[in-house]
Design a protein around this ligand. Structure first.
Ligand code: FAQ
Length: 330
């Protein structure tokens, strides 16, 4: 069975004293808040870590099209169908910006796809869960795009220029996605008892997987320390998870739905909600390839890649013909 590579490559933060003069100058640029651009010198580990994170992010966008694409033909109204179609198409665009950003680091699109298909690179765990009812389109927009925004708004300030700039447009579109999801939830939560039950069921199934999107708890996060020193990441996984819970709990209350966590409670002293951690065994199981839909998702991506071979070949042949004509005319 297919398995995503679970072994992480992260190391602890390099101390200033252990850095070469170039590395130290590089770190100082980051500390001053300067953007790093593709042709600038950068440590190999910075480049590798960025390729890993941006590549994983790009893969998540295009694998993330699958659970929602599943509902386009079954949307309940023409307006909902048009919105969902636009959203799924936006995710392809996000993948495109991110693959382009990764390519500026010297990795090709073909290599990135090969790493996705062979399981050497990950994509977000959330997309390995099935979308069983129309209410799931609400829950995905509200919670999954909501978690994505929480994670990605700070990434607009990330140190690598092409990644930061890609994030600006992505975040605008994700905000629209989040609102359309919440609107579906509002409609269903205020609809018939059966519709409200479906909305609650979708929240029950997507709550913990959404919390897992932020990654393992800080004590188990191998990349956070170095990624934060390099401003590849702006916040820790637990910081963002807490912000997400704080923002989402009142939204659930407004919908009249209950978050499936009996420990969820406002903590006056901390000024935050207390909440239960997700089941981390489930998380590691899903990122190891054993979630409910891992096999199906990867098969769909591999099929799309092989079905598109004739388009890529045709475009290459056309480009070669054009180049030869240009050469002949010179
Ligand atoms: N799923 O050391 P850390 C979207 C891996 S939004 C799978 O903490 P890091 C929008 C991690 O890669 C979703 N694997 O890692 C949308 C590492 O393994 P590695 C995508 C995960 O990188 C909405 C290991 O665990 N967003 O798609 C996950 O510092 C609706 C140790 O973890 C982004 O990628 C996970 N949830 O922090 C689309 C945002 N969490 O690589 C369609 C950018 C961790 O060494 C529809 N990425 N792992 O083999 C990030 O901010 C970070 O990469 C984190 C993980 C926060 C995801």
């Amino acid at each position: 069975m297919y398995a995503q590579m679970v072994k992480s490559t992260g190391k602890s933060v390099q101390a200033l004293d252990d850095m070469s003069p170039e590395e130290r100058a590089f770190q100082e640029r980051i500390d001053r808040g300067e953007k790093i651009e593709p042709k600038d010198w950068m440590p190999d580990a910075y480049r590798k870590n960025l390729i890993r994170q941006i590549g994983q992010h790009a893969h998540s966008e295009i694998v993330g099209q699958l659970p929602e694409g599943n509902w386009i033909t079954r949307a309940p109204t023409l307006e909902r169908k048009a919105n969902l179609l636009a959203k799924v198409q936006d995710e392809a665009g996000h993948g495109l910006y991110l693959y382009c950003a990764a390519e500026t680091l010297g990795v090709s699109r073909d290599e990135l796809f090969e790493m996705l298909h062979s399981g050497k690179m990950k994509y977000s765990s959330i997309f390995n869960y099935p979308t069983l009812t129309w209410a799931d389109m609400g829950a995905v927009g509200w919670l999954v795009d909501g978690a994505a925004i929480m994670n990605q708004v700070p990434l607009q300030r990330t140190s690598y220029g092409p990644y930061a700039r890609a994030m600006v447009r992505i975040c605008k579109e994700e905000s629209f996605h989040q609102r359309q999801g919440y609107h579906i939830m509002m409609t269903m939560a205020n609809g018939t008892p059966e519709q409200k039950r479906m909305a609650q069921d979708a929240l029950n199934r997507f709550w913990y997987p959404a919390l897992m999107m932020f990654g393992p708890s800080d004590k188990d996060s191998v990349h956070s320390a170095q990624s934060m020193a390099w401003k590849i990441k702006m916040n820790t996984n637990d910081e963002l998870r807490q912000k997400f819970v704080d923002e989402t709990a009142p939204q659930a209350e407004f919908l009249g739905l209950s978050i499936p966590d009996e420990n969820l409670k406002w903590n006056e002293e901390r000024g935050n909600y207390d909440f239960s951690e997700p089941d981390w065994d489930e998380f590691y199981n899903v990122v190891s390839g054993n979630g409910p839909c891992n096999v199906e998702r990867l098969e769909a991506r591999k099929k799309a890649w092989s079905d598109g071979a004739w388009v890529r070949e045709g475009m290459m042949a056309h480009a070669e013909k054009k180049a030869m004509r240009k050469q002949a005319a010179e």
